[in-house]
Write a new protein. Structure first.
Length: 91
């Protein structure tokens, strides 16, 4: 069981923490990968970590560590929610 600090709870909302727990219980993440993901997310203190941004961090960590990822999990990680806050500028 992972106890999150106050700073981590402020940076990673309940949805993000729940997603990490889901990945860990599904066997996608081990404790070391979870900690690396949390560390990378905490390093982005100028950004709000949304679920989509956390998914990108998870993918980057797993690919960097050359971990095999189940196809269904890749699909879940690449599924986008509507919280990016990005509006393309059309000229």
């Amino acid at each position: 069981m992972r106890i999150y600090t106050d700073e981590e709870q402020a940076q990673l909302d309940a949805c993000c923490r729940g997603f990490l727990s889901l990945l860990e219980s599904a066997g996608v993440l081990g404790a070391a990968h979870r900690e690396l993901i949390i560390e990378r997310a905490m390093a982005l203190n100028d950004f709000t970590i949304t679920l989509n941004r956390l998914k990108v961090i998870v993918l980057m960590v797993l690919w960097q560590q050359e971990e095999p990822i189940d196809t269904l999990m890749v699909d879940e990680l690449l599924t986008e929610e509507d919280d990016w806050g990005y509006e393309p500028i059309v000229h």
